[in-house]
Design a protein around this ligand. Structure first.
Ligand code: GRF
Length: 214
């Protein structure tokens, strides 16, 4: 099967992008990253992309008069690079309905909490882990899901949990959850690229065994 053409959208450090690059390099993922797009010129993830000779593109929101125009620019870059699967790897903007419709059930996002907890508007980065600590939950973790028109509301592909310890801080939680993300996201992309994910309404199953993806 030819490799799935992947477009990765980032806004920052790009450690999840790096995890994808590494797993593609080892051959575990039948995919090819044809473009990395960032809405932040200073995103370290763009450096990571260039280091691996990947097509790295900065799309400047300030050069667009509206969010719609900005998303159309993103869509044009994706189309020009023949992207078949979009992966949001720390991308901090909300995609327009136009992009979501164009890539229905072909956009995967990673969120640093166990959706439907600590997600949605305003829950990103360290704010998520601070909310986890403030609430006093005993478990947190990472979620990989398909993107729909909402914020962190699409069908869940997989989740992995980790205990919240008494001495945990925002930073220690962020590190523990990132470690999970770096496993979970490449696994989900590998299954997608192998044609092993079946979407049934809000439910996502791994085709070969019809069990939960985890
Ligand atoms: C990760 O915690 C991810 O869950 C969230 O943004 C962060 C991105 O980290 N969406 P990185 O840029 O992949 O290192």
């Amino acid at each position: 099967m030819p490799p799935v053409k992947i477009g990765v959208l980032i806004s920052g450090h790009g450690s999840n992008l790096q995890a994808l690059i590494d797993q593609i390099t080892t051959g575990k993922i039948n995919g090819q990253i044809t473009v990395v797009i960032s809405d932040r010129k200073d995103a370290y993830g763009l450096i990571r992309a260039e280091t691996h000779q990947l097509n790295a593109v900065f799309v400047d929101r300030k050069s667009c008069s509206t969010e719609t125009e900005f998303n159309r620019k993103i869509l044009a870059v994706l189309t020009n690079n023949e992207v078949q699967l979009i992966v949001l790897a720390g991308y901090l903007r909300i995609l327009s309905g136009e992009v979501v419709h164009a890539y229905h059930n072909r956009i995967i996002n990673i969120h640093p909490a166990l959706i439907p907890s600590f997600c949605g508007q305003g829950y990103y980065g360290k704010k998520v882990h601070q909310a986890v600590l403030d609430y006093g939950v005993k478990l947190t973790g990472a979620t990989v899901h398909f993107v729909d028109e909402g914020t962190d509301t699409g069908p869940i592909i997989s989740q992995r949990a980790v205990a919240v310890e008494r001495d945990d801080t925002v930073e220690s939680l962020q590190n523990k959850v990132l470690n999970l993300e770096h496993q979970l996201l490449p696994e989900a992309v590998m299954l997608y690229c192998a044609g092993k994910l079946k979407i049934d309404g809000r439910k996502v199953w791994r085709i070969e065994d019809e069990k939960s993806v985890n």
